[in-house]
Design a protein around this ligand. Sequence first.
Ligand code: NDP
Ligand code: HEM
Length: 500
Amino acid sequence: MADRPRLTTTAGAPVSSNQNAKTVGRHGPVLLEDFQLIEKLAHQNRERVPERVVHAKGWGAYGTLNVTEDVSRYTRAKVLQPGTKTEMFARFSTVAGEQGAADAERDVRGFSLKFYTEEGNWDLVGNNTPVFFVADPYKFPDFIHTQKRHPRTNLRSATAMWDFWSLCPESLHQVTILMSDRGIPTDPSRMNGYGSHTFSLWNDQGERFWVKFHFKTRQGHAHFVNEEAEKVIAKSRESYQEALYGMIEDGRFPKWDMFIQVMPEDEAAAFEEKTGWSAFDLTKVWPHGMYPLIKVGEMELNRNPENYFVEVEQSAFNPSNVVPGIGFSPDRMLQGRLFSYPDAHRYRIGTHYDALAVNKPRSPVAHYHMGGEMTLGLATNPDAYYEPNSFGGPVEDPSVEEPPHRYAGDVARYDFRGTADHYSQPRALFELFDDGEKQRLFNNIAGAMQGVPQFIVDRQLAHFDKAHPDYGAGVRQAISVQTRDDAEASLSTSHSAAAE
Ligand code: NDP
Ligand code: HEM
């Protein structure tokens, strides 16, 4: 007792009992004046923040980005200069499941990185896939509705998913990845990460380059097939948490090689003319043959958080967190995300979410935002609370202004997806698969389509056919085998029921 700290209320007053409520007599009612009990119960009611509207289930760790190569001709970003080592935090996640969802479910994985650079936080909020299901921010809430629960049944709906996907052919590329082996990595260390969008880099000469970010696992890819994942989930719903936490506690630090693909600013139009794909279409990759991977450095995760809620749950990643030398692109999905994330954080965690330890930049922060919930600490210079001022408050630095973007055109709602080629890239991916991978793809799709109305299945099959005749034929075959197996299984069940 002597060497243990004294229990107090949140206001610091010592607490005499944390065991027995204050009552009138031995078995009498509890007094309202037992303010310690009231404080304890009230705090419990506030122990949760709303879960993320997507990517609710996640696993996090700290680490280091070590830039081993020289890419300074593309960017002035200090974090990307040769020899620079930067502390970072990573959060991996599934997209659709709630916080209690099982880790080993078939889903895209989030791959969020926060680099605490000397010029502020740079967040790369990517996935384990180089592309996404949709190419316009208008489609994101609808897409997510199809991944979450049906409003009446409160069950996930295969019909909704395939209805949406079959009506949005641009989703075929990502659907193919999701339904392939890579749809269930064994743990977060065994998958790649991608910034997915086209971003930009700019250098001291005012030149801009379009860029894609890639993180390739050094542990090698490893995936579960559906049957293996079902067995894992039957034993543990927390297999990713166990794996990531365990490997870092054991000193087996996971590593990724970081690469970029670089496109000179004025090449984007020619790329589209030549390939039929916009360089800013999130449903398409830049072929490596045209834009080879350029090594930047390596990322290692080497420290577990001390407190899951404080560090992982309260972490707030934001695609608009860029630093001088790194910028955006006209990718309209990226533009939509620049609004969405800080808005989500202010709702989910509170106004000053960036002041929480896991989000707090390691570089000096100086701004004129005042007050609001969670205002922490006192201003270091209380007279400089407006701008301009004569009292030494922070001032802007024009030297970090990025070079102007060359945009022009009539304002309208353009449907660039309507005319784009959505089939060649899924075809190229399909052709990369060996026979076993192809068969597992067919089986996974057939399984995921169970119970979906035939007209939706037919609409989706037409997309598979357009990508590759073997793709459509393989899925058709897998569906018919599955239908036959289901019929036989139900027949044998009804026979044995009749025999009893
Ligand atoms: P490449 O042959 O140069 O690249 C193929 C890429 O596909 C490699 O990055 C490889 O990643 C990845 N890959 C291999 N097997 C699978 C799989 N089963 N599921 C998902 N990805 C896999 O060809 P291209 O650059 O011309 O691209 C061809 C197709 O490859 C694209 O249409 C796209 O679907 C896919 N792809 C392309 C990427 C790109 O940025 N160009 C990135 C990832 C996929 P790894 O080294 O990790 O095995
Ligand atoms: C999380 C919106 C597209 C990756 C989120 C969150 C929102 C959101 C609101 C929850 C944030 C929070 O509460 O902390 C959107 C919108 C999109 C979009 C509006 C399209 C317009 C994408 C894309 C990717 C992506 C294309 C990947 C390339 C992630 C990841 C998280 C996330 C990884 C989890 C972040 C974390 O670990 O905390 N998204 N998203 N999202 N999103 Fe998106």
